[in-house]
Design a protein around this ligand. Structure first.
Ligand SMILES: Nc1ncnc2c1ncn2[C@@H]1O[C@H](COP(=O)(O)OP(=O)(O)OP(=O)(O)O)[C@@H](O)[C@H]1O
Ligand SMILES: Cc1cn([C@H]2C[C@H](O)[C@@H](COP(=O)(O)O)O2)c(=O)[nH]c1=O
Length: 203
């Protein structure tokens, strides 16, 4: 049987990394073989592209082409084979991030992004996306306390406000696939919300 594809999304600093291991552990405890991976990245080529995208200045079309090139390699080499083996793939970001960051944040044409999506991964879509929703100002405060910023994390609050709005629009369009997790309360409460979403699905 084909495996499940779960993605996690949100603006930088929303708390994805904080909860990823617990998510993987819970799925394993329930019997799943879990492959945890990330985007951009997940293969040697895609990780090399990630380094470029996170560090080098470039225009938005170039950015979109590079994240989708990385995705192509990742889907073919890692994600599709794992799903075909019946494994659960947990991916830190996927194509929703391209619509949110390149589309919402930087103004890329959503029709062009949709064309790249169809070209690069056809019908493949996550079975579940956990969207960690946090206001841009709260995320900025958390990031400032946590680490040195990369090229995206140096963007201003207005940028992250647009990225968040683009995620919200995707959630409104696909509420069955995308579960909104309120990321403002303390981590224990955020985890309770995640566990509830998994419980609802019997995962
Ligand atoms: N619910 C929470 N309440 C307060 N602080 C939190 C919460 N969740 C995470 N943090 C803290 O916020 C910071 C950013 O969290 P984290 O690295 O998990 O975000 P992220 O969404 O993975 O970011 P990125 O996408 O940029 O990697 C960390 O210092 C983390 O400890
Ligand atoms: C998949 C994807 C990612 N991005 C951006 C979003 C983040 O700022 C970085 C990845 O950093 P993280 O700490 O690993 O979350 O890349 C993007 O702009 N477009 C994408 O498709």
């Amino acid at each position: 049987m084909r495996g499940r594809f779960i993605t996690v999304e949100g603006i930088d600093g929303a708390g994805k990394s904080t909860h990823l291991q617990a998510l993987v552990d819970r799925l394993r405890q329930r019997g799943a073989t879990v492959l945890a991976t990330r985007e951009p990245g997940g293969t040697p080529l895609a990780e090399a592209l990630r380094t470029l995208v996170l560090a080098q200045p470039m225009d938005v079309l170039c950015e979109a082409l590079l994240v989708f090139a990385a995705r192509r390699d990742h889907v073919r080499q890692v994600i599709e084979p794992a799903l075909a083996r019946g494994e659960t793939v947990v991916c830190d970001r996927f194509t929703d991030a391209s619509f949110a960051y390149q589309g919402g944040g930087r103004g890329a044409d959503p029709a062009q992004l949709a064309a790249l999506e169809a070209w690069v991964h056809g019908e493949l879509r996550p079975d579940l996306t956990l969207w960690f929703d946090l206001p841009a100002d709260v995320a900025a405060t958390r990031r400032a306390a946590a680490r040195a910023p990369d090229r995206f994390e140096r963007q201003d609050e207005a940028f992250f406000g647009r990225v968040r709005a683009a995620y919200a629009a995707r959630w409104a369009a696909e509420p069955q696939r995308i579960a909104r997790i309120d990321a403002t309360p303390p981590p224990a409460a955020v985890w309770t919300a995640i566990a509830r979403v998994l419980d609802e699905r019997g995962w």
